[in-house]
Write a protein that binds this ligand. Sequence first.
Ligand code: THU
Length: 157
Amino acid sequence: MKHKEITIPYEILDYAELSPEDAALVETARDATNRSYAPYSNFSVGAAILLDNGVTVPGSNQENVAFPSGTCAERSACFYAHARYPEAKFRKIAIAARTADGEFTAVPTAPCGSCRQALLEYEMLAGAPVEILLAGRDSVYRLPSVTSTLPFAFTEF
Ligand code: THU
């Protein structure tokens, strides 16, 4: 028998420690929460994807009265990004979320399993790690790749 472990590295940064590029991406994700359509959960999520062509694509969660018909911020951003710029590679994604009281979550919100799987597709297309910035109220978690968030991912059939 062999024992193995998978660990997920991440860094916690103060806002003042972000590079100008990361700070701008996080700000775009925070701003995108203002265009969330979340009348059922009142949980407003924003995402922003930086492409290698320099374009930043924002997205937000879009809910539906038939709950499964809605979609998360990350998937609205990544599907639009690839539909609009099919040649561009993803470089980074930032995610932020606000609760019903309008405040950003103290603990950064992480992408759900379906969004990790969707983002993994674009990381594979990029052929390089897509960094993830999870923006909380006072700090940002920086993860090195989508792969690191989805151990034992389904990648081929
Ligand atoms: N949501 C996202 O937009 N991203 C996530 O990673 C988790 C959840 C949305 C879906 C739904 O509109 C609301 O947050 C509550 O689950």
